[in-house]
Design a protein around this ligand. Structure first.
Ligand SMILES: *[C@@H]1O[C@H](CO)[C@@H](O)[C@H](O)[C@H]1NC(C)=O
Ligand SMILES: *[C@@H]1O[C@H](CO)[C@@H](O)[C@H](O)[C@H]1NC(C)=O
Length: 256
């Protein structure tokens, strides 16, 4: 019903304002011409906007959602996050989103209104999980900071300088009051609930979900080449990065 109505309206408006009649001035900047029917008509670009909207809706598809359930000090998690997930996201962030859930095999016990957490790799790991959880909540640039932490030799002690590097506006005092306070405790409990809600339940970390789904096949493909998996699964027009030779190194050093 929508399109015929639009067309009838367009034809009507065209007979009102089109032809030799004076058009009303177009008061929209070019970037807004297609933002509404009214703007498109006023600026005389309705046909073009309808076409361009139609084409766009056929090129764009939902981004691939990659979920990572992990622990801040687990070696396999650190390897996957730093050498696979982050580089893939840098190249493909137009067509993928990443959700990090630091918790993994940790356990929680309620104590009054709060929770006590126990982590597989000890208290330091709980601290790392908590810092990363607060960062995810407090800055939109958390992933580079977490990448920086996980790729440095000391995950915990690098946190402050990684945050200063990638999110200079962020107050470290505020991050630490989240880490030590009720907010962090609540956020970690949410991570615990997300992790417990996994279907099938996770058996190891790093545990990967693709669009919320985990299968052995998806996990294996993500481990072998997340890049290829995301490119293959994306339903819209593939970005140039996904095409052919670009992702292979072409320059080698040969012996003379
Ligand atoms: C084009 O798409 C945008 C966003 O989907 C929508 O708000 C707008 O009304 C559309 N424009 C026309 C002329 O249909
Ligand atoms: C951060 O956590 C608070 C609860 O402590 C929540 O209300 C808010 O939506 C969270 N923000 C983001 C960006 O996750």
């Amino acid at each position: 019903m929508k399109t015929p109505l639009l067309l009838i309206l367009a034809v009507w408006l065209n007979t009102q304002y089109g032809g030799c009649a004076l058009s009303p001035p177009c008061s929209y900047p070019p970037s807004k011409w297609c933002s509404s029917l009214e703007a498109a008509v006023q600026c005389g670009v309705l046909t073009q906007c309808l076409e361009s909207n139609f084409t766009k809706s056929h090129q764009r598809a939902d981004p691939i959602e990659v979920g990572l359930y992990y622990e801040s000090l687990c070696p396999g998690c650190r390897l996957f996050l730093t050498e696979v997930l982050f580089p893939t996201w840098v190249l493909l962030n137009d067509i993928m989103t990443v959700t990090l859930v630091p918790y993994g095999n940790a356990m929680e016990k309620p104590e009054g209104q709060k929770f006590i957490f126990q982590c597989q790799h000890g208290e330091q790991e709980c601290l790392g999980n908590m810092i990363e959880t607060c960062l995810i909540n407090m800055t939109s640039n958390a992933f580079p900071i977490i990448f920086c932490m996980e790729s440095s030799s000391d995950v915990i002690n690098s946190a402050k300088s990684c945050a200063e590097l990638y999110s200079p506006q962020l107050s470290w005092d505020k991050v630490m009051s989240c880490v030590k306070g009720d907010q962090g405790n609540q956020l970690m409990h949410l991570n615990a609930m997300k992790t417990k809600a996994l279907k099938p339940p996770h058996q190891y970390v790093p545990w990967v979900t693709i669009n919320g789904e985990h299968t052995e096949e998806l996990q294996d493909k993500a481990m072998a080449s997340l890049f290829t998996l995301v490119c293959n699964m994306y339903k819209g027009n593939k970005p140039p990065m996904c095409g052919g030779g670009q992702r292979h190194f072409k320059s080698y050093c040969h012996n003379e």
